[in-house]
Each structure stands twice: as C-alpha cells, then as structure tokens.
Design a binder for this molecule. Structure first.
Ligand SMILES: *Cc1c(COP(=O)(O)O)cnc(C)c1O
Length: 524
C-alpha cells in the first residue's frame, strides 16, 4: 500500500523498482528513524508560532502580492526540532566514526580549536569595525600567515580564498596577472592525468588551454614527460604547470625539482596543489622545490572542520616572482600596528593586486582553528603529525596488500594508499559493492573511483588522528569483505548492500544525471 505521498506503508512491499521496500510498519529501523521531507510532514494548517490575525492594513505592494498559497510546509515546534535532530543523527561524521576518505583528509578537529574559535573576542567582532578595534584579530591573521609562510618557505600569502578550488583560482589568477604584466601571450597549462578535477577546471575557467601529461608506470610524473610536453607545445606558449605533491595516487613526485626547473626554464610558473600538504608539513618546504604558488586546505591539513558544504579555507602562498600580484585584502605592518589593505591603490608599496576574491577578509573562524592547531603542535608536532599520517597509511597498505592490488606496484605511499579492483576480477563484486558493504559495517567508505588513472580505485586515508585499534577494525573488516567476495556465492549480498541504512542502494547514475531537486506535492 502507498500513502498519499507515494511511499510504501507496509514492510517488504514494493510496487516499483524505484520504491524501496521497508523493514518495519513505521519505516523506522530500531532507533534509526525514517525521516520524511519537511514537505511531507508539514502542512499549511500547522505553525510553530501562535500569532493573532493581523488587523487589516493598507496594501502597499502595488499589485505585486502573491496570488496563491506560499507552499511552504508549516510545522509545529517539536516537528521542526525532531526533523533537524534526526537529520543530524543520520549524518556520518568524523566525530562518530572512522572516515578514511582519501584525498579529503578527514582528521580529528581538536576541541581546543573550537574553544578558541568561540572566544568572544573573535565571535563578537564585525568586518566593518574600525581596524584599530580589531588589532587582535589582525594579529592572529598575521601569525597564521607567518606560520604558513615558514612551513612553505614562500614570500607572500593571500588568506582570503574560501576553499581549495578557490585557492587554485587565486594562485592561477596571480600567475595570469604576472603574465599580463609582462605582456605575455602564454596560454598553455600542463596538468598531469592524475590531477584533481579542480586543476584543469581552474585553468580552463581562466581561459588557459590544458595540456595533459601522462604519468609513468610508477604513478609519478617524469621530468622528461614534462620536457616533451613543453617541446611539443613550444616553450613560448607555456604559462605553467599545475602539479599535486604528494599526488592523488598518494605518491611523492620525486622529480619535482627537475620538473620545476624545466617549467621555469620554459618561462612558466609552477602551481602546486597543496591539498595533500598533510603528508609533508614540517618536513619539506614547497618553496625549496621551486613552487611559485600553492594553496592549503586549512580544512584538511590543519584540521578545521569540513564536509556538507561547511566553511572551507584555502589560503595561497606565493613565491617572490608572484608576490606583488596577491589579491586584496592583505596585511601590512607599520609602527601603528596592522592594516588590512582593502583597495588596490590603498598602499605605497610595489603591490599590483589582481583584484579581490571575497567580501571582507575570508573565514576568520577557520583561521582561529588552524592557528590553534598549529600552536598546539609546534613545528616538531606538525612534523610528527605528517609522519604519523604516512605511517598509518602504510600500515593499512601493509595489512591489505596481500588481498588488494596496488596499481603502481608494491611501493611505500605517503598519507593515503591506493588500491584498484583488479584482485576482485571474476567475483562479480566491484569497488562500489565493497564501499556499500562497508557502510553496513559502520564505516564511511574510502574514496572510490578516484583518481581516474586506475580502474576501480579505492583511495584510503586514515590520517594521523586514528588509533591503531580503530585502523585494525577497519582493515580487518575490509579484509573479511574481500575474502568473502573472493570465496564466491555472495555476489547478491554485495549487490544489495547497504541493508542496515535508512536508505538502501540508490541508482547513482540517475541520481547524478536526473536529480530531483524540487518537491512536487502529489496533489499537483
Ligand atoms: C580537496 C582537494 C581539492 C579541492 O579543495 P576544496 O576545498 O574541496 O575546494 C583540490 N585538490 C586536491 C588534490 C584535493 O584533495
């Protein structure tokens, strides 16, 4: 039986492949509650507030008033509260369990960071206050800048970008500004095949042409491949390269210095995607490797929270060649204290800012959390964190390599380990099936099908903040699933997973290609 919203109302009943079956009358599973849409719960007859009817007033809308009902669902206060609390309980989080999502660096966000970010001196200020009244906040930004520059060995910093991809845009805009200042028509950006999709997207968005560089059999980019690409395109066309190090296969680009030299020799700039800085912080300085611009993901490396569209922060460090082109606002120090330079002609330096990326100065709360993380670790602690991240990933690798294939051979990895699905050949079980079964086992799956350079990728990043016990449980569970798949006859069980979740397996292609973004009431 279906209710008036078209949902099944009896256990184990389905009229249509696209309507999932239910395991209980209520739709709840134990204390895991089924959560309908607000539009299904609410109605125009309900409200959370009791206000007396308005007395008639003169209509001043000039005929622009709405003709029909507004169509928003009314809810009682408990209904509204329960809806959001239940949704929050269905949200898997780093605070609820192991979250080995490769490339995303889901590390623990120490509560000390939260305590600092909630200090009234940071929460009760406003970007439009006179700068003389927010010197403490500016000092915090200056200290964070100092650390990020020290850790990278770079010259200048733009704090304001609000995500990794936004930082890429910032760095590439600085490169574009530098090229324009030199009247250069260079328009080709080299990007390795294994790059995060945001790299070629950023280059293309700025009007650069993307030329792809193949990786070697060991998964890294070779200087001679870069040299070949430079020669094929003509050195005079090369605007630069966008390279991730460690790369998205979790491997350190060992020829990075030679690659930087080749690009510089050609007259181009070296953008480094620093999203994986987690693996090398405190150990190697990108500035020493010849990098001209690099973003951080404060929300990865420095543990500030992310996910679910939450605030990211992607500061960009720039080499001496690019420092003049950093966007506004930037900090300037004088005897009177710190000034946030807001306008392109607002200072008396050599600066030639390419413009502005954000309203105001960026994500203050993330700056506080990141600096709190940095100061509580110290330089030695940060180096230990990156060391532990690499150790943990190699522990996972060592524990699973007899069961899963490493696409680029049996070599040590950095902070994340990449496997492919070739060992599952013939079992009928795929990477997707393994990921779905992991959900039933209470784990957020690893990153799957990324990077694209190997078939059925499983990219596992435990981070440094996991205990051996929690990694062991994950590894043993994953190993059991793979052994089960290889033993055969369980293909169906894999294809049906997850079975213990509020929602069962979705048609992922339809969800991506034909998303239903608007609720249509069944009475329409
Ligand atoms: C996460 C990530 C990005 C993008 O960062 P966002 O903050 O999600 O925009 C870019 N490159 C790599 C390698 C990443 O892991």
């Amino acid at each position: 039986m279906l209710n008036n919203k078209g949902r099944v109302t009896r256990p184990q009943e389905s009229t249509d492949d696209h309507i999932e079956t239910q395991d209980s009358y209520s739709g709840h599973k134990g204390l895991l509650m089924n959560e309908p849409l607000l539009f299904e719960v609410g109605g125009l007859d309900k409200t959370g507030v009791d206000l007396p009817d308005c007395s008639e007033t003169e209509n001043m809308l000039g005929g622009l008033e709405r003709a029909g009902e507004i169509g928003l669902p009314g809810l009682s206060e408990p209904e509204a509260v329960r809806h959001y609390v239940r949704l929050s309980q269905q949200n898997y989080a780093i605070d609820s369990g192991f979250y080995p999502l490769g490339s995303c660096t889901m590390k623990h966000n120490p509560r000390l960071n939260e305590k600092m970010a909630r200090l009234p001196g940071f929460t009760d200020i406003h970007p439009l206050q006179p700068q003389s009244s927010v010197q403490g906040a500016l000092q915090l930004m200056e200290q964070l800048s100092h650390w990020l520059l020290e850790l990278t060995g770079m010259e200048a910093i733009a704090l304001s970008p609000k995500a990794g991809a936004h930082g890429e845009l910032c760095g590439m805009m600085a490169i574009k500004a530098a090229l324009e200042a030199a009247d250069s028509s260079r328009n080709i950006v080299l990007v390795p095949e294994s790059a995060h999709g945001t790299n070629p997207a950023t280059a293309a968005q700025l009007g650069f042409k993307v030329a792809s560089i193949p990786a070697d059999a060991d998964g890294t980019v070779r200087a001679h491949a870069v040299q070949t690409a430079i020669e094929e395109n003509g050195a005079e066309t090369i605007a630069g390269i966008m390279l991730t190090n460690p790369n998205t296969c979790g491997l350190f680009e060992r020829e990075i210095k030679a690659i930087a030299d080749a690009v510089h020799e050609a007259g181009g700039y070296f953008y480094c995607d620093g999203a994986n800085f987690n693996a090398i912080m405190g150990r190697v300085r990108p500035g020493d490797l010849g990098v001209d611009a690099m973003h951080f993901n404060l929300h990865k490396t420095f543990s500030t929270p992310h996910g679910g569209g939450g605030p990211g922060s992607g500061p960009v460090v720039l080499s001496q060649r690019l420092s003049a082109f950093a966007p506004v606002p930037f900090l300037q120090k004088s005897d009177d204290g710190l000034t946030l330079i807001e306008h392109e002609d607002g200072d008396d330096t050599e600066a030639e800012p390419f413009g502005r990326l954000t309203a105001f100065h960026g994500q203050m709360g993330m700056y506080v959390r990141a600096l709190s993380y940095i100061l509580s670790h110290g330089l030695d602690g940060l180096a230990q964190a990156s060391g532990d991240a690499v150790l943990n990933a190699n522990y996972v690798r060592a524990k699973l390599k007899h069961l899963l294939n490493q696409p680029f051979g049996d070599q040590a990895c950095m902070h994340e380990v990449l496997f492919d699905e070739s060992s599952l050949a013939g079992t009928g079980v795929t990477t997707l099936d393994i990921a779905k079964r992991l959900i039933d086992e209470g784990f957020h799956p690893m990153t799957i099908y990324f990077p694209l350079v190997c078939k059925g990728a499983m990219l596992i990043e435990p981070t440094e903040s996991e205990s051996q016990a929690s990694i062991d449980l994950f590894v043993e569970t994953l190993a059991s699933l793979i052994e089960e798949a290889k033993a055969g006859e369980t293909e169906e069980a894999f294809h049906q997973a997850p079975v213990h979740t509020p929602r069962r397996r979705l048609d992922e292609t339809a969800a991506a290609r034909k998303p239903i973004l608007r609720f249509e009431s069944s009475s329409n």
